[in-house]
Ligand binder design. Structure first.
Ligand code: TYM
Length: 326
């Protein structure tokens, strides 16, 4: 069976880009693949975090994984720092990557360029991400478009390690959704929707109430024409709505465009589709929120499962690179 691995950072609230770009496919594919999904708390440490808030965000994101429909009986759900092998392999990956490669990562240039304090971890972050992926002999990494470069680097590092020290890692590939690989900010459709957006009204959170979702979509920036057509360069706002509508209804943006001649109905239907997608998730989240101990128990089971595979891969990598057995 195809091994799938993917992760999400416990920073801020989960938004529609996270759902359409990643989570939705994780849920869909869990029955036909051997899937492992991880709350990557160590990645969150690349920027300063409030300790209590980080703990809380890690638990809440785990609950969100379950609320969207990841089933711990079917796939593996765990927290990255609960499986120490992630840090163990990350060092071997840091020593396999070159400084130049790490410095060329667009996300490092973006975040590093803006921050007043740039941690060493912000630079070496993709080596930890490569370790996450390679520990599980991963074939496919379902991600949004912004992670494409990081998964490419994981491939390069796997190939480099294999050619230096002998076959050790499966070489993974990234996979993307047919709609929603890059959900854009509703107020600035040339920037991706993100937790750190300039305005809250440009980002739809998975926990936003229906009224809030409707208002944000109604006010979404479009253009002065009136033609509904998927054309990201010429019509970024309308194309974003079509991506969202397509992503929420299992169609490509082009398919979603069929039949619309005005922006009003497009917005109304997009809002309705998003509300319908979010409502059951919100209801399940509220239930899970009431019983944190049960989520903790499920995470412990997930970590134990993950550890089995991760330990075997790290042992192989240690041996191949020449570390003496303990
Ligand atoms: P993160 O936590 O920023 O995002 C989680 C997932 O959501 C996707 N995503 C989007 N997709 C479409 N449109 C958007 N506007 C949008 N914003 C975010 C991301 O592409 C991602 O799939 N480095 C990763 C976490 C990570 C990881 C891994 C992923 C760590 N180790 C191993 C895969 C495999 C990150 O920061 O994602």
């Amino acid at each position: 069976m195809t091994r799938v691995f993917s992760g999400m950072q416990p920073t801020g609230d989960v938004h529609l880009g996270n759902l359409l770009g990643a989570l939705q496919r994780w849920v869909h594919d869990q029955h036909t693949t051997d899937a492992i999904h991880c709350v990557v708390d160590l990645h969150a440490l690349t920027v300063p975090q409030d300790p209590a808030a980080l703990r809380d965000a890690t638990l809440r994101l785990s609950q969100m994984f379950l609320a969207v429909g990841l089933d711990p009986d079917v796939c593996t759900v765990f927290v990255q720092s609960h499986v120490a092998e992630h840090s163990g392999l990350a060092w071997l990956m840091e020593c396999t990557a070159s400084i130049g490669e790490l410095q060329r990562m667009t996300q490092f240039k973006d975040k590093g360029g803006r921050a007043s304090f740039v941690s060493g971890g912000l630079l070496t972050y993709p080596a930890l991400m490569a370790a996450d992926i390679l520990l599980y002999d991963t074939d496919e990494v379902p991600v949004g478009d912004d992670q494409r470069q990081h998964v490419e680097l994981a491939r390069d590092l796997a190939e480099r390690f294999n050619s230096r020290y002998g076959p050790t890692f499966t070489v993974p590939r990234a996979t993307f959704p047919k709609a929603g690989a890059r959900v854009m900010d509703l107020q600035d459709p040339t920037s991706k929707m993100s937790k750190s957006a300039a305005t809250a009204s440009g980002t739809i959170l998975v926990l936003d109430e229906p009224k809030v979702v409707e208002r944000k979509i109604k006010r979404a920036v479009t253009d002065t024409e009136s033609e509904v057509r998927f054309d990201v360069a010429a019509k970024p706002g309308v194309s974003n709505l079509l991506s969202i509508l397509g992503g929420a209804t299992g169609r490509t943006p082009e398919e979603a465009a069929a039949g619309y001649t005005q922006y009003g109905p497009l917005k109304a239907d997009t809002a309705a589709a998003v509300v319908a997608l979010l409502e059951p998730i919100q209801a399940r989240f509220r239930e899970l929120e009431a019983d944190p101990a049960e989520t903790q128990r499920l995470l412990a089971v997930g970590a134990a499962k993950a550890r089995g595979t991760a330990a075997a891969t790290l042992a192989r990598a240690r041996e191949h690179i020449g570390l003496l057995d303990a």
